[in-house]
Design a protein around this ligand. Structure first.
Ligand code: PBG
Length: 335
């Protein structure tokens, strides 16, 4: 034992970890992980219509914007140093097959064209899923009361190609259909989009933390739940299989979602893979900090910075978060 070899006094002197924490400058010098604005991605809700900026009740500080209002909002993000956004479309009308997801005049392709012309260097990512566009709110096309994997893939491929055509830098399939990455990669290659980045929502859990998003996107399933395609919160080995297969199918970046309840999954993925890993700190993670800090129960800035730092520490390269703008401001103030 160390104590026997060195004697009690030396052990105590040698193990004074508090020496490492004595001053702010020392703590800063020894920081193992640093948040930087360049790893933050801001989710943005874009809706049909004109002159609308509509706050989301369950997500204070977050609004849905019509395309004409989007530039100002994104301008505020770029002013504080945010260089990438992830777009979600909210159409006025929905149908059984979610055809709005691949309409060239849908909110997302229009938003991509607008943002790319206003901010050519902005990284524009687009979520690829049918749930915001289907009348039943499921992430794919129904057949016999359940979501048909095979019938959904071509629609996802069409939507991704449409967004790439509009100029998106990254397409992000989030429907959790088997083979969606391969189907999209093939469609992109066939339509001349070999350079398109693909970020797979690889390990996407069937989570209660999506609640506020479904309010924002009006995309709650009208019957049943998403447990038949999204992952069980109990499983992490299965998440590795999802990630493995997305990489094999041609994903450039893989994602774990939500982030905070699944830090172990991020960390496990980090130790197994060398691909870039994104973590999506979802709507419920945002709203729970917002709600409790509004009541004075949590310090908002401290809690949000701590959560983002923990996601980084777990091994994520990219953090998709509704706190992006605020984090960017706070990070500037710390400099
Ligand atoms: C599906 C999608 C969802 C989220 C992102 N993409 C909702 C769902 O699966 O129900 C949730 C994001 C969040 O909660 O912030 N298109």
């Amino acid at each position: 034992m160390l104590e026997e070899r060195l004697g009690r006094k030396e052990v105590e002197a040698g193990s004074k970890l508090r020496r490492l924490r004595r001053t702010d400058a020392i703590r800063d010098m020894l920081s193992e992980n640093r948040l930087h604005v360049s790893s933050l991605v801001a989710p943005v809700f874009v809706r049909d219509g004109e002159h609308v900026e509509e706050p989301v009740a369950s997500m204070p500080g977050i609004s849905r914007y019509s395309v004409d209002k989007l530039s100002d909002h994104v301008g505020r993000l770029t002013d504080v140093g945010i260089r990438s956004v992830l777009l979600f479309g909210i159409p006025d009308s929905k149908d059984d097959a979610g055809t709005g997801a691949y309409s060239a005049d849908g909110p997302v392709p229009r938003a991509i064209r607008e943002l790319k012309s206003q901010y050519p260097t902005l990284v524009v990512a687009a979520d690829v899923c049918l749930c915001e566009y289907t009348s039943h709110g499921h992430c794919g096309v129904l057949e016999g009361g359940t979501v048909s994997n095979a019938r959904t893939l071509p629609f996802l491929a069409k939507a991704a190609t449409q967004y790439a055509d509009a100029g998106a830098d990254i397409v992000c399939p989030s429907a959790m259909m088997d083979g969606q990455v391969l189907a999209i990669r093939k469609a992109l290659d066939e339509s001349g989009h070999e350079e398109e980045l693909l970020m797979g929502y690889s390990a996407k859990y069937a989570s209660s933390f999506y609640g506020p998003f479904r309010d924002a996107a009006r995309s709650a399933p009208s019957f049943g739940d998403r447990k038949g395609y999204q992952m069980s919160p109990a499983n992490s080995r299965e998440a590795m299989r999802e990630i493995d297969s997305d990489i094999k199918e041609g994903a450039d970046i893989v994602m774990v979602k939500p982030a905070l309840p699944y830090l172990d999954v991020i960390s496990k993925a980090r130790s197994r893979h060398d691909v870039p890993i994104a973590a999506y700190s979802v709507s419920g993670e945002y709203s729970m900090i917002k709600a409790s800090s509004a009541k004075g129960w949590l310090d908002e800035r401290g809690a949000a910075m701590e959560v983002a730092t923990s996601i980084k520490r777990a091994g994520a390269d990219i953090i998709i978060t509704y706190f992006a703008e605020q984090l960017a401001v706070w990070l500037r103030e710390e400099q």
